[in-house]
Ligand binder design. Sequence first.
Ligand code: NDP
Length: 397
Amino acid sequence: MSRVLIIGAGGVGTVVAHKVAQNSDVFTDIMLASRTKSKCDAIAEAIGGNKIKTAKVDADNVDDLVKLFNEFKPELVINVALPYQDLTIMDACLIAGVNYLDTANYEPKDEAKYEYSWQWAYQDKFKEAGLTAILGCGFDPGVTSVFTAYAAKHHFDEMHELDIVDCNAGDHGKAFATNFNPEINIREVTQKGKYWQNGEWVETEPHEIHKPLNYPNIGAKESYVIYHEELESLVKNFPSLNRARFWMTFGQEYLTHLRVIQNIGMARIDPIIYNGVEIVPIQFLKAVLPDPGELGENYTGETSIGCRIKGIKDGKERTYYVYNNCSHEAAYKETGAQGVSYTTGVPATIGAIMFMKGLWRKPGVYNVEEFNPDPFMDELNKQGLPWHELFDIDLEM
Ligand code: NDP
């Protein structure tokens, strides 16, 4: 018997629900809960076969969560709601004795600040309770962190430079849309850039460092250094790294829209009064932008995300590139969601499989690179995200 509760019924929740249901040898009882129950019901109906129970829950409310946990009695919660809910869900897990997994680090609503400090502070509490918390188990963070752990284990004696490269070469046919929750996405990509060099963080203006990089099966795409949360745990867990950066591709049209959104104040995260009602501009913007969960139908092209690493093996310099390409069309055909939701939801499911099989289970709070990467890498090939390796190539860095 392994009972799993998925919280969040957006694009990522849709994929997790499909993949968990496909793995019925591991997950015997499944519940999908979110703020809007009708979204959970629609996903459960699309999957069919009465495989998934549904429920309404307010994940900002610890009592509401504990009540649901005590009723359903899950062994593990997969949190694919928003990063704002991470701490309330972790609190509820501690009260009800439930293990925890997420895909994005906690963010306070009133400040776009990306750091693990809030969640790492739960280390002793989870340890004492004998519960496991697995942090950042999407693609990036998630697979990129496991790729790095796999490289360290099998291909390097010492890693010196890590460049995580994230390309979305898909086309959804909209003038402007974000691939996951617009509020979270816009907060992330409009912040200042930051990377690790020689033992300290170097800050840049937003999108200041950029150059074209070549992606397998895609070609050259302009790529920008941005700050991304897995860098924080990776430089801590792999201290031989003297440089670690994260690159993401953006089209000119996307960047122009983003600049306008910022210039006219629509990216603001502080509340304003409109017609006597308090609204947060970026939340209002989310309500009028295309729903990322609905982008799948006409989405063509693919994503390519991987790690380019330089270091030493057997006394010689080595370069290594490990990556996955994912087709938006294939993702949609399988789950009804586009590639970005797919590349996040599949690894979250694999993390849950690792936990349920006892392969990733140790009391405390851990980032994914702190577990054995090998069974996770095997499972990526089986669950729809096959990976490829290139050795001793020009990394373009
Ligand atoms: P969506 O906005 O599509 O979905 C979020 C879901 O959470 C919605 O169903 C929403 O409910 C629900 N939700 C929000 N607040 C609450 C609440 N208080 N109580 C209960 N449910 C709530 O987001 P995505 O599916 O695109 O993303 C989900 C998560 O995945 C995010 O945390 C995102 O940061 C992360 N992510 C991680 C990636 C990675 O590679 N690591 C990449 C992409 C995303 P409602 O429908 O009512 O709004």
